[in-house]
Design a protein around this ligand. Structure first.
Ligand code: IZC
Ligand code: ZN
Length: 412
């Protein structure tokens, strides 16, 4: 018997399944008209067209009339640097003068500037600030979100970030998946001791994070002047031994081999991939790695756009995420990233919907529970101010989400 019924749905659009969809399957979604979704507790129990069967609707069943509008699964943001102190608006002028992202970092700015602000913030300050970000994301339709550490870069402050993520996961509606990313930059105090920092990550932080279940994934910024391929491999294979899934920031600025490594080690996802070479695409296809693309970052940096079409042709599943962070894209809206994916990668609305729901869920290890509107999945649902799927891609720049349901509860 349902405790919640959403009826009079004009269009229900959803990817289906419990694993990532690549190639042709990425665009093959299910569309139902005049549909209903029945929910019991936090679970979807039935989805269909026409009127919901009378025996599903009990006396105390709450009914939401979707008024002929579009319903989809809640959005899954598979890549964010969610928890940080301060902002970096002082870097805007540098950016406008054409100073490259990696030059700002090499001069002690960029990520290292956010590291200083994050270290000087208390856990409670970070908690309050991040709670606000999450509230905005929820209004914009994000019901599940990945959160990376990587602005502490020492034992105490990486833990501080991970604890904020853990506390927030228990205290507000957006479900969080935690990624340990101490390999985000070399901290200033280790400038002359790379090996010392690698050892701190591999021999001290990773075992602690794994033992205390503070993260499900480990990520590395594999980039010129940050961590090279060999270092990335050491960190990620160590993480895998501790039971963490591997993620890698690869081929964002220079193609130094991160995507090839991703496939070789069976990384769950590779991120950015703006300058991903053909051999990287082939390696990811072979290794079953999801391409987590971040189009709002390309837009904000004025960079090129990842070769999404080539990846889909090679059968690599694509996820789209916001990459929310204080440097390369201070934007909380996954909707905006989805729009840009459609316009600049030329992905279809169907392909992008899969990318921001089911494939994104697979990229953060929860496609068995979220990412689609099907019986047996968690009731994470959006009712849009739109009559159909094309409309939310055709329009852009304002929030088209009307109602957000997380785990069977109306939260916005
Ligand atoms: O703070 O700049 N690319 N890491 C890798 C980032 C962007 C976040 C930042
Ligand atoms: Zn990132």
């Amino acid at each position: 018997m349902a405790s919640l019924l959403i009826n009079n749905i004009g269009m229900l659009a959803t990817a289906c399944g419990t694993s990532a969809k690549g190639g042709e399957a990425q665009g093959q979604i299910t569309i139902l008209h005049n549909a209903y979704v029945a929910v019991q507790g936090d679970q979807i129990i039935a989805v269909g067209e026409g009127d919901a069967p009378a025996d599903l609707i009990g006396e105390n069943c709450k009914v939401i009339d979707a008024q002929g509008k579009l319903v989809t699964a809640g959005l899954v943001d598979a890549h964010t640097h969610l928890v940080f102190g301060g902002w970096r608006e002082h870097e805007l002028a540098l950016k406008l003068h054409g100073v490259p992202y990696l030059d700002i970092l090499a001069q002690g700015g960029g990520i290292l500037s956010t590291v200083r602000s994050t270290r000087s913030a208390t856990e409670d300050e970070l908690f309050e600030k991040t709670a606000k970000s999450l509230d905005t994301m929820l209004s914009l339709g994000t019901t599940t979100c990945e959160a990376k550490s990587g602005y502490g870069l020492d034992f105490e402050n990486e833990l501080k970030q991970l604890k904020v993520t853990q506390r927030l996961n228990e205290s507000q509606p957006v479900e969080l998946v935690s990624t340990f990313m101490a390999a985000h930059a070399l901290p200033e105090e280790y400038r002359n001791d790379r090996e010392g920092y690698l050892s701190l990550i591999i021999d001290e932080m990773l075992p602690y994070v794994a033992e205390h279940k503070l993260a499900q994934f480990c990520d590395v910024f594999c980039e010129t002047g940050v961590f090279n391929v060999e270092e990335s491999k050491r960190i990620l294979t160590a993480a895998q031994k501790y039971g963490l899934g591997a993620k890698i920031h690869a081929d964002e600025i220079d193609p130094i081999g991160g995507s090839v490594l991703a496939g070789e080690i069976g990384a769950v996802s590779a991120e950015h991939l703006i300058v991903c070479p053909d051999e990287g695409i082939a390696s990811m296809a072979k290794g079953g790695t999801i391409a987590c693309l971040l189009p709002a970052t390309s837009f904000y940096l004025g960079a090129a756009f990842a070769p999404a079409k080539k990846m889909m042709e090679a059968g690599v599943p694509i996820a789209i995420a916001s990459d929310f962070n204080p440097g390369s894209t201070p934007n909380l809206s996954l909707q905006l990233a989805m729009n840009i994916a459609c316009y600049r990668y030329r992905m279809t609305p169907e392909q992008v919907l899969t990318a921001a729901t089911l494939n994104a869920a697979a990229a953060i290890g929860c496609a068995d529970r979220v990412g689609s509107v099907e019986a047996g999945k968690q009731a994470d649902l959006l009712i849009w101010d739109a009559d159909n799927l094309d409309f939310i891609f055709y329009r852009y720049g304002n929030n088209l989400v009307n109602t957000v349901i997380k785990s069977g509860k109306v939260v916005k």
